[in-house]
Design a protein around this ligand. Structure first.
Ligand SMILES: Cc1cc2nc3c(=O)[nH]c(=O)nc-3n(C[C@H](O)[C@H](O)[C@H](O)COP(=O)(O)O)c2cc1C
Length: 172
């Protein structure tokens, strides 16, 4: 039986690295942001922020910080704020990045569910991004960029490569 629901969505999602030259409607952007806003976070601290970049002059500036925006018409920038996050007393770990990654995953999967494409981009100059928007990003670590739009390419070869279930999962 074919999968449905979330598993189907997870199967169908891939890193999209080419986009149509077509804007994403505001109501879809709102849904994507809502999916990210609803993400869980440690002790519900919600130390996460998402910025929307779609104005051509902003996209041009962002493109100086990474090779991986693929001329997308829209980029989500996800930040985590360590001063707002929960810190475990067991190991002293600050969970800002964990919380930001959960919200980022919600965002990425909602993009997929809306029939759009995106790519989680971790290879960018975070200091350069912050230098472009110093007031907005004061206190925030920049965790990921998501170039987003209507897909104009399918998955790369890497998409099909996953560990076997035997390697991936185990019983204790
Ligand atoms: C934390 C993280 C950082 C990534 N950074 C980049 C990146 O900078 N550039 C890029 O093209 N893809 C990036 N990717 C996408 C991965 O290469 C991709 O998810 C992986 O190869 C599996 O392919 P798939 O997403 O198509 O299934 C990143 C993914 C993750 C989760």
């Amino acid at each position: 039986m074919a999968n449905s629901g979330f598993l189907k969505l997870a199967e169908e999602r891939y890193s999209c690295r080419a986009f149509e030259n077509k804007p994403v409607p505001d109501e879809l952007i709102d849904k994507i942001l809502e999916a990210a806003r609803l993400a869980p976070s440690a002790v519900n601290r919600q130390p996460v922020k998402v910025w929307v970049a779609r104005r051509p002059e902003v996209l041009e500036k962002l493109a100086t910080t990474t090779k991986y925006l693929f001329d997308a018409p829209l980029v989500f920038v996800v930040g985590g704020n360590p001063s707002q996050a929960w810190v475990s007393r067991h190991d002293g770990k600050n969970r800002a990045e964990t919380d930001a990654c959960i919200a980022a995953t919600h965002l990425m999967m909602e993009i997929q569910d809306l029939g759009l494409g995106s790519c989680w981009v971790g290879s960018f100059d975070a200091a350069a991004v912050k230098a472009l928007f110093p007031e907005e990003m004061e206190g925030w670590d920049i965790i990921a960029l998501f170039p987003t739009g209507y897909p104009a390419a399918g998955p790369s070869e890497r998409h099909a490569v996953r560990k076997s279930m035997e390697e991936f999962a185990g019983e204790l």
